[in-house]
Structure formats: C-alpha cells, structure tokens
Design a protein around this ligand. Structure first.
Ligand SMILES: [Mn+2]
Length: 395
C-alpha cells in the first residue's frame, strides 16, 4: 500500500476524535516453543493506520500530528532478528515523527497531563474465545486506565471506516481473489492424481507463495465426511473414490484476504451428491442476488434463512425447527478485508464499498456429504459485483 493510504486513514480518524488523542499498539510476538515465536501477523487496525508489520510499535494521533514509537529492542534481538529502522518506519507510514521507546513513554505521560481522555482499540473479551488473546492491547489499555480519566474505544469508528473499501483495497482484494481462483483451477485439474487431502493444500501453498502471497487462514481440504467438521484443517486423510472434496482456501495479498470455497467430485458422483450441490448452488445465487446498497441487513439475513430453508426442504432434510441449524450450522456471510472475518461496522443496511462472503452450505453427517460454495461479493453503487464469479462452481 502507498503511504498516502495510511495518511488518509489517520486523517479521517483524527476528524472523528474532536481533539482527543489516540494511541494504538502493534501486536506482540507470541511463543511457539522454547525460544521461538510464531510467525508474526500484525493487528489489523494498527496496520490500517500506519502499515508497520513489525511487533511492539505504537502509534499516537495527537491532533493533526502522528507519531510512531519504536519498540525497545535488546542488543541480542538486534543481532538475530530483522528490524525496521526509524527512517523506514517513517517512509512506510508517512508519520510526522518517530520516537525511541523512552521518548515515547515521556510523550504519553505528557499527553496525560494535558488531556483527560484518550482513544485506543479495546482488547476483545477473553471470555468470547477459547484461545489466549494477544496481550499487547490488554497491557496498553491497563496503562492508559491509570494515566487518563476516560479511555474510549476507537473500534466502532475504525470498523466503520474499514468496512467501506477504498480503491487500492479493492485492487488488492481482486488480486488475492484472482490468485486464489487460478490456484483452485490448477487443483481441480490435478485432483484425480492426488491421493491425500494435503496434496491439494500443498499445491495451493505453492501457487500462493511463488506469487509473493500466503494463506490468509488455515486452508480446509476435507474429503467426504470430514467436510461436516466446519473447521476441519488437519487435511491428513486419504481421498476416496466417489466422495466429494470441500476446499475452503484464500490467499492474502498486499494485506488483503480472499476467502473462497468450492466442492469438487473425486471420481464419479451419485445423484444425491449432485442434488445437494445443486441446492447449495441455487441458494448461493439467490442469496447473492439479494445484495445491493440500501438493503437492510436484517431483511438479508431473514431472506437468506428462508432460501436455505427451501434448499433443505428440497432435499427432504427439513422436518422440524432443529433441522435447520443441524444441516446449516453457520452464518451465511461475513465481512472480508484485512482480516478474513473483517468487521462490517454493524450497519443497518448494505453500503457501497462493503465486501462480504456468501457461503451457504449443507452438511449431512449420516450421508458423508458436506457441500459449501463461497463467493466474495463487493457491494457497488448499483448492486453488487461477484469478485470470484470467474471460478466455476461445478462439482
Ligand atoms: Mn468464509
């Protein structure tokens, strides 16, 4: 991304702060084992405001000034690890100044003597997750609560901004989606030669990495009954003749995610498999057609539930209330962007510039059938543009 993208995002946020300062933190490195860290991925809001992809930096927005604070890096780490210099950080982000860690600590203390309020990105609620949260935001929030009378959450503003994609963001997303599409086409061609799920995964990884991209999330390659485990991603099983293979894969390119699902046949298909695929396909097309600016989200969700209900009935799977969630147990859509589950900013209606997935699926454990089809949809001024439409959704 160009520097002016980050500058512009800070400017637009600053206008909403009414003179109050704001401070944001990068994520911190997380332990993988003994003295090794996991591959680092930046906090999305922080990246959106400055483009720095390294751990432990902080960003201050103070009126029309923006300031980066460099991390406190030990001599040992300086020798062993890559580090972004203060000059490079300034060039990437376009901030007015870059301070050392110690200067930054003093700057924040001074801010607190001149302001009673500050904005930051609040950490998510640990209770909502079965994994540990990155501690960077928790630590910063704790420190700010001691220094300032009132600490405000900048997430609602940032989420609303991030929900409406700008031209360069849509360009990156198109690239991520096109790269994912060509990888799917290659995998589909080669599928008859594979014997294990992980061979499909390896081909996706190869296609992404040689294009300078990476997986946006752990890919799912699920043969037969494995497809009914929604987040199946061990991808270790052998492929069996006559089963369907569900693949949910997306590249991240230039900071932006694709998220596409296709279900392919491994060998000959049965009439029932084809019927399930046809029902999901028809539902997907009907749900995508609901998307246009001004459509209330509540109506969209109600109408897509209705469409999914009809799909289940057509397959004789809907006999009582519970069957709906039994055979279609997940959400039909989510926002897409820097994060694979990107915030949509809790809008009342669809707005031009939003990108969301449409991913109906029907999962029948007792028949070893799981079918999901997922496309990436841009809301346009006049309706929508299916960004993944050029990838066939045939079995
Ligand atoms: Mn998805």
């Amino acid at each position: 991304m160009e520097t002016d993208f980050f500058e512009n995002n800070r400017e637009r946020l600053s206008e909403q702060l009414h003179g109050a300062p704001a401070i944001f933190t990068a994520y911190t490195e997380m332990q993988r084992c003994s003295d090794e860290a996991w591959r680092f991925e930046q906090e999305a809001n922080f990246w959106y405001l400055c483009g720095i992809e390294e751990a432990d930096w902080q960003l201050i927005i103070d009126g029309n000034q923006s300031i980066l604070i460099a991390p406190d890096v030990s001599m040992v780490s300086r020798i062993f690890n890559e580090h972004t210099s203060m000059e490079t950080a300034q060039a990437i982000s376009g901030v007015d100044r870059v301070l050392s860690h110690d200067e930054g600590v003093r700057y924040v203390t001074d801010l607190a003597s001149n302001h009673s309020q500050i904005y930051t990105v609040f950490p998510k609620n640990q209770m909502d997750h079965e994994f540990c949260l990155n501690p960077a935001q928790v630590k910063l929030h704790f420190r700010l609560r001691k220094l300032f009378k009132k600490v405000h959450d900048a997430r609602p503003m940032l989420h609303k901004m991030r929900a409406i994609k700008q031209k360069p963001e849509i360009m990156m997303m198109r690239r991520a989606i096109n790269l994912t599409r060509t990888a799917f086409e290659t995998v589909k061609n080669e599928l008859p030669d594979y014997t294990f799920e992980y061979q499909a995964q390896a081909r996706f990884s190869f296609e992404f990495e040689r294009a300078g991209a990476a997986h946006a999330y752990d890919p799912i390659v699920a043969g037969g009954a494995n497809a009914v485990t929604l987040h199946y991603n061990s991808n270790r099983a052998g492929l069996k003749e006559g089963e369907l293979v569900l693949m949910d894969v997306g590249a991240r390119y230039g900071g932006y995610s694709a998220d596409i699902t296709r279900t392919y046949a491994f060998g000959d298909t049965t009439e029932r498999q084809r019927a399930v695929r046809a029902a999901v396909k028809q539902a997907k097309d009907r749900i995508i057609d609901l998307i246009k600016p001004g459509t209330p989200l509540r109506d969209y969700l109600e109408d897509s539930d209705e469409i999914m209900g009809e799909a289940l009935k057509s397959l004789n799977l809907y006999h009582n209330e519970d069957d709906f969630r039994r055979y279609f147990p997940h959400a039909v859509s989510h926002g897409l962007g820097i994060e694979t589950h990107d915030p949509l900013g809790q809008p009342e209606t669809f707005l031009a510039g939003m990108v969301l997935t449409v991913e109906p699926g029907i999962y029948i454990p007792e028949e070893h059938i799981g079918v999901r089809l997922e496309d990436d949809i841009l809301v346009t001024e006049s309706g929508h543009d299916n960004l993944s439409k050029h990838l066939s959704d045939e079995l």
